[in-house]
Design a protein around this ligand. Structure first.
Ligand code: NAD
Ligand code: DAO
Ligand code: ZN
Ligand code: ZN
Length: 369
């Protein structure tokens, strides 16, 4: 079949909207009609060329929601008509990682997913007979996509696609970092660096668990109002702090943060986040993805004296199990998504979504097919 898609032909160039050939689902695969997709900073990271794993030509997009149209042989957990959210972190429920209680990093299809192909080593997308690569196993910048069964969460059919697509990455990453990775306790003091599409979800996760102090740190003063809308109690603009930012945050939090979260991808900020964590017990969680080849550093004594440095992918969520629950939380009004979707666009205008992100004007732009 043909599908309309935004194709990343090469790094650093705008996406090109065109008709692409799509083969039907093979064994264990599912054809999904994507109804809506968010544009995440990580798509931009790959498109820019900063992603060491980035390969072209490819169909990017990993924050989608849609409807199952056809299932391949051997698929048992889904059928045509089911509503689904594709998962860039699958959940096979059988591999060593899925069976280990401390990780969500299912490895069942990791190698082929990283190579931009389906588990059998081939792509379903092509243009004039030449393969086009999948991206993160999801490729939601295509109206139709093929996804392995283990990388699809079945969700409530009443939930609106143009909002729940954001649960496919940003919402789950932010809230999950608080609940699954930090396992933050009620009454804790937290510092969140970077109040974008991820950081604001960390803030609402902290509000949900009943944090005491939620300090937001961002260079952009317009983020103060955004943070407050989601539960932030204090705002700090580093460029307006006299002297040392870390010292200021330690003083503000009465000795340091129980939990800090880096939601930018800046290695200097990662160090600040670690060092503003409380001596003896503070944990700092890296969410942001830094550019190829970058490294973090601190004085080891920061760790010797009881601070921990950690990281999280997809908020530590096991997608097939946790994503349907987060969709239900949204439907029950336990979490907010609507205000964060600041722009909606047709696929033909997807590059405008990247422009809005670069200009810092959007929290999330969503493409509606
Ligand atoms: P974003 O661009 O929407 O937000 C970043 C925010 O950081 C902006 O508000 C910006 O003003 C602020 N900022 C930039 N530099 C700053 C500095 N030096 N000090 C303070 N504030 C600063 O980005 P996003 O969509 O929220 O994504 C954040 C990061 O999370 C990206 O690196 C993205 O790739 C990553 N990410 C990680 C995962 C994961 O599973 N670990 C998932 C999704 C996204
Ligand atoms: O190595 O097992 C693995 C999985 C690595 C992929 C994790 C991706 C999380 C960070 C990228 C941001 C996602 C949008
Ligand atoms: Zn993302
Ligand atoms: Zn697994």
């Amino acid at each position: 079949m043909k599908t309309r898609a935004a194709v990343a032909i090469q790094a650093g160039k705008p996406l090109e909207i065109m008709d692409v050939d799509l083969e039907g689902p093979r064994d264990g695969e599912v054809l999904v009609e994507i109804m809506a997709t968010g544009i995440c900073h990580t798509d931009e990271f790959t498109l820019s060329g900063a992603d060491p794993e980035g390969m072209f030509p490819a169909i990017l997009g990993h924050e989608g929601a849609g409807i199952v149209r056809e299932v391949g042989k051997g698929v048992t957990s889904l059928q045509a008509g089911d509503h689904v959210i594709p998962l860039y972190t699958p959940e096979c429920r059988e591999c060593d990682y899925c069976l280990h209680p401390k990780t969500n990093l299912c490895q069942a299809i990791r190698t082929t997913q990283g190579q931009g192909v389906m588990p059998d080593g081939t792509s379903r997308f092509s243009i004039k007979g030449k393969p086009v690569l999948h991206y993160m196993g999801t490729s939601t910048f295509s109206n139709f996509t093929v996804v392995p069964e283990i990388a699809l969460a079945k969700v409530n059919k009443a939930a609106p696609f143009d909002k729940i697509c954001y649960i496919g990455c940003g919402v789950t990453t932010g809230i999950g970092a608080v609940i699954n990775t930090a396992k933050a306790e009620p009454g804790c003091n937290a510092v969140v660096f970077g109040l974008g599409g991820i950081g604001l979800n960390v803030i609402q996760g902290l509000r949900m668990i009943g944090a005491n102090m939620i300090v937001g740190v961002d260079m952009n003063n317009s983020k103060k109002e955004w943070g407050e809308k989601f539960g932030m109690t204090h705002f700090v603009n580093p460029s307006e702090v006299d002297g040392d930012l870390v010292g200021h945050l330690v003083e503000l939090t009465n000795g340091g943060a129980d939990y800090s979260f880096e939601c930018i991808g800046n290695t200097t900020v990662m160090r600040q986040a670690l060092e503003c964590a409380h001596k003896g017990w503070g944990e700092s969680i890296i969410i942001g993805v830094a550019g190829a080849g970058q490294e973090i550093s601190t004085r080891p004594f920061q760790l010797v004296t009881g601070r921990s440095w950690r990281g999280t992918a997809f908020g530590g969520a096991r997608g097939r199990t946790d994503v349907p629950k987060i969709v239900d939380w949204y439907m029950q009004g336990k979490i907010d998504i609507d205000p964060l979707i600041t722009h909606t666009l047709p696929l033909e205008d997807i590059n405008k979504g990247f422009d809005l992100m670069h200009a810092g004007e959007s929290i999330r732009s969503v493409v509606i097919y």
